[in-house]
Design a protein around this ligand. Sequence first.
Ligand SMILES: [Zn+2]
Ligand SMILES: [Zn+2]
Length: 254
Amino acid sequence: MNIPAIQPNFWFYWFVFCGIIMGGYFAAASGLYWLLYSVLSRKPPASSCGSRQKSREAISKDIKLSVLSGLFFALGAACFMVCYDWDLTQVYTQWKLQDLGYIAFSYILVLWLQDTCFYFTHRLFHLPLLFKWFHQGHHLSQPPTPWTFFALEPMEAAVQATFLFGITFVVPLHLGVLVAILITMAVWAMGNHLGFQVVPSSQTSRWWGRWLIGSTHHLVHHRQYSQHYGLYFTFWDKVLGTQNDRYDAELLQP
Ligand SMILES: [Zn+2]
Ligand SMILES: [Zn+2]
């Protein structure tokens, strides 16, 4: 008996990516939360109001926003898959050894472009007119927890997903590079929201550590909204004067 092959369509892709994104989010956030507060016995976070109940409420709001974000990122992924099937994007799968230089370059280039987009939109979202609609939800947990990294207002999630979808039409990218960028984004965002620095400060205080964003850097932003808007690199914060004056000299020191 011949079983007809399933022809993937937009909603099929959307459904599959919803499962992948949300499964990944719940596995990573719950695993990290358990690791930090049970295995490593770190003190569970109390909210800025000092109440454990408030902290639980903030985590449940983080989860609701993250599920909504997942729906938007899955929409972007489904749009990409349909366009990829129609050969409309610049994403390719063939490669040769001599392409390795470009593959590495395209990975760094897109991370830098994404960081630039994130920095400027993040600053815009902190304008009083836009904050409530685009970004307020991300700052509900004080301090952030492993549940916070994906907690974006739907409008912000739509902007970030649109960037990722759009870049596949602009920069020729190997499919493996695209996947590596998505994994880097998720892992980096998780690291930025642990509430403490994972990489020892003896390492982050080296010259390269001063150019990379980690939990210590992003925690400043969650306390001081007018500073530290970047995602991966401290470049734009340094150039445009939004880096905390004490960061290199004091906060990063062992
Ligand atoms: Zn954050
Ligand atoms: Zn912010």
